[in-house]
Design a protein around this ligand. Structure first.
Ligand code: FUB
Length: 310
């Protein structure tokens, strides 16, 4: 009886959080990287805008800057404003509107914000590089490094610091890559490697790694039927080997081409952050970020998330 009552309370609590989707409604937002810093959740998303003739590439992704949002209760969100803009990073091509999915992590009193963008220096290729901006507070002000991280070409950076203090950078470029980071969090410590044993067909991007009960969960969107499905693989070490384990969110649950996830535990509950194009049903490159509760099976498998709509 007591157990049933707890389940009902849990269900009500879940509904209360879910009922807000999407939870940022005054601007478009995508690719949410959520982090718990102190007693607040900070979300570092991409900021979708609309490219027009002469400004970026109309009909495509268009992002010029990043905001950070925070909340103590996942209901009331504070927009801390722009933390990094394509106009204030030396190496970024400011005509690119290419400030795609970022991440942020805390180490030794500093917050390290990782972001991909196309650089000015086309001799290094037209593709994306990944830069870092550093701050003393999670909401900034952030100071961008003058150069992107060497030997990293791709998008969707994600950083994980293991219990032994070793930091890892994950990113994607067709495949998902991993490399150790030096303690300064600004340089690779060794060569990047492609993470093996992931699906061979269909684009995989947006890596996000978290640890629970000694198991490492590598989560990623994987294109199925032209729509990204959120999947995960599990392993015993941050660099793998990983074994493809399951689906977090089916592609049939969203009509949006892209999806992009992060996972946190906050006040004893796990949450999945992701996006959909709720506020722009006709144009799926103007997206909005969502939260849903995440649950695990007793053996550690992730239970599929059914998105909560408005
Ligand atoms: O937001 C631009 C790109 O779309 C991201 O980098 C991908 O993960 C996808 O969400």
């Amino acid at each position: 009886m007591k157990k049933r009552f707890i389940y009902i309370l849990l269900a009500l609590a879940t509904t209360a959080v879910n009922a807000q989707n999407p939870f940022i409604t005054d601007q478009f937002s995508a690719d949410p990287s959520a982090r718990v810093f102190g007693n607040r959740v900070y979300v570092y998303p991409s900021h979708d805008i609309l490219c027009t003739e002469g400004k970026g590439r109309p009909g495509w992704f268009c992002m010029a800057d990043y905001h950070v949002f925070s909340s103590a209760n996942l209901t009331d969100w504070t927009d801390h404003g722009v933390i990094v803009s394509q106009d204030n990073v030396e190496w970024v091509d400011a005509s690119g509107y290419s400030m795609w999915a970022p991440d942020c992590i805390f180490r030794n009193g500093k917050y390290y914000f990782y972001f991909p963008a196309r650089g000015k220096d086309t001799t290094k290729g037209k593709g994306f590089s990944i830069g870092v901006a550093v701050a003393s507070k999670p909401e900034g002000p952030f100071t961008p490094q003058p150069e992107p991280i060497k030997k990293v070409h791709g998008i969707d950076p994600n950083v994980f610091i293991d219990k032994d203090g070793q930091a890892y950078l994950y990113w994607s470029q067709g495949h998902i890559y991993v490399a150790k980071l030096k303690a300064n969090m600004l340089e690779l410590d060794g060569e990047p490697s492609i993470i093996a044993n992931l699906p061979t067909e269909g684009l995989k991007e947006g890596p996000y790694l978290f640890e629970r009960n000694g198991k490492y969960y590598l989560t990623y969107p994987h294109v199925q039927n032209k729509i990204e499905r959120l999947e995960y693989a599990m392993g015993d070490h941050p660099m793998g080997p990983f074994k493809v384990t399951g689906v977090i969110m089916d592609e049939s649950e969203t009509g949006c081409w892209t999806n992009h996830q992060s996972v946190i535990s906050f006040n004893g509950q796990w949450y999945l952050f992701y996006h959909h194009n709720d506020l722009s049903p006709q144009f799926d490159k103007n997206r909005s970020i969502r939260i849903d509760s995440l649950f695990f099976e007793p053996g550690g498998a992730i239970r599929k998330v059914i998105p909560t709509l408005r």
